[in-house]
Design a binder for this molecule. Structure first.
Ligand code: ATP
Ligand code: MG
Length: 321
């Protein structure tokens, strides 16, 4: 079976007067139909940039230097804005942006915003639109009274549920959710994750789920990808990443997860600084912080290489490069 989405060798830089930020470097990812690809990595590692690149909403100062974004056989990089708007965005691929809780328009009631979203893309009757709205609101576990409210009348969790309902209005095949629960408290977070997982299963959605929270990611993903400083350093099934991490960065990340057993112990943090992406380290971008780094790691950049099955790692010291 062909993947629904494949990103191949994608590099994206941001430009300002004084700096060129090398935000994504030779990114490869692959998503199978009906599966969840979870992407984790520290702040600034390029997760949102990757999401925006796929949805083709990078800001003006970004440039795609190379690569392909193949969605069902079409390279989205070659699709013009008009076709993206008409055929791809929301109808095929939906996107819940980071901090989206605040992206509801404060002057419209939930129902009006949802109607507007449908009518902007599809020519359907108001009755049909309203029926669809009732359905998605039910799917995300909200009562229909919510439809007559203004955003400021909703709690954080309710707003986030509304955002997810909005993303489902045009029946997309794929969803990109960028940190959809990060601003919420843990109990609400767990409920929303369960709701997203249920919708994903029921609709057989293909999903990219982004968070910096590894234990949360393990709950929802089939495949996990770990990003570091604009690179994918390791990809694998949840159990590969969780129980047999290979990349030294992934190993440190997994060790730093507070567990019930070691919560009294001091949290392990990874020594060193996240690199400045306008002047990233030569060779492997993790080498200045890596306990295993050798000469070659300071000179050459390791490629993502298959270890076994769907487990890939980019490291000269492990995985037999
Ligand atoms: P977080 O976990 O904080 O959301 P992230 O992994 O989503 O982080 P990105 O937002 O993708 O990270 O940022 C990747 C890099 O690109 C960072 O160094 C960031 O400062 C830089 N960057 C992002 N947007 C822009 C922009 N519009 N102009 C210049 N640099 C940018
Ligand atoms: Mg982000």
């Amino acid at each position: 079976q062909n993947p629904i989405l494949e990103v191949k060798d994608l590099s994206v830089h941001f430009y300002s007067k004084t700096r060129e930020v090398k935000a994504l470097d030779n990114i490869f990812i692959s998503l199978e139909k009906g599966k969840v690809l979870g992407i984790a990595g520290e702040s600034g590692s390029g997760k949102s940039t990757l999401a925006k690149a796929i949805f083709r909403i990078l800001p003006y100062n970004a440039r795609i230097l190379k690569g392909q974004i193949i969605y069902k056989g079409t390279n989205l990089i070659n699709v013009n804005e008009n076709d993206l708007q008409k055929k791809i965005r929301w109808k095929s691929i939906a996107y819940v942006p980071q901090v989206s809780m605040n992206s509801l328009d404060p002057v419209y009631r939930v129902k009006s915003q949802m109607l507007e979203t449908i009518f902007a893309h599809e020519d359907v009757s108001k009755a049909e639109a309203l029926e669809r709205i009732e359905n998605v609101i039910k799917d995300v576990g909200l009562p229909s009274e919510i439809l007559d409210k203004f955003p400021h009348e909703l709690s954080g969790g309710q707003k986030q549920r509304v955002m997810i309902a909005m993303s489902m209005l045009l029946n997309p095949e794929m969803l990109i959710a960028d940190e959809p629960t990060t601003a919420l408290d843990v109990v609400i977070q767990a409920q929303i994750i369960a709701m997203i997982k249920k919708i994903q299963k029921e609709k057989n959605l293909s999903m990219i789920f982004i968070t910096h929270d590894l234990s949360l990611l393990a709950q929802i993903s089939d495949i996990m990808a770990i990003m570091y400083a604009g690179k994918i350093v390791e990809v694998g099934k949840v159990e590969d990443i969780y129980y047999s991490p290979l990349h030294p960065y992934t190993q440190l990340l997994i060790k730093s997860i507070p567990s019930i057993k070691n919560r009294k112990k001091k949290l392990i943090s990874i020594p060193g600084e996240v690199p400045d992406l306008s002047d990233p380290p030569q060779g492997c971008r993790f080498n200045p912080r890596c306990p295993l780094a050798q000469e070659i790691c300071r000179k050459e950049s390791p490629e993502l290489t298959r270890v076994n099955g769907s487990h890939y790692v980019a490291c000269f010291m492990v995985g037999g490069q």
